[in-house]
Ligand binder design. Sequence first.
Ligand code: SF4
Length: 100
Amino acid sequence: MADVHRLPTPVSENWDWQRLGACRGANSAVFFHPDSERGSARLAREATAKRICNSCPVRAECLRHAIKVQEPYGIWGGMGENERRAVISATRRRLKSHAS
Ligand code: SF4
């Protein structure tokens, strides 16, 4: 779970996009890996989740949320954990270089 201090305020405008997600009603196990999952099993599960995300009308909102609150686990907005970490790190480096 994300650090709750980064979560948006609990008003509907901040969360309504979730009602439109293509994953609504889907098995959440497709989006979140079990502890022991590795290798080809993980790749196959993530590919299934990303296919769902690719058809999602709120993909951009979902990804923006996941990056903003730094969701540590799962597929959000078509990106996995490592992909989101890379985006966050690149953004920090860019901001740091602009600040100096
Ligand atoms: S982008 Fe993926 S994880 Fe996000 S709401 Fe859509 S289907 Fe669900």
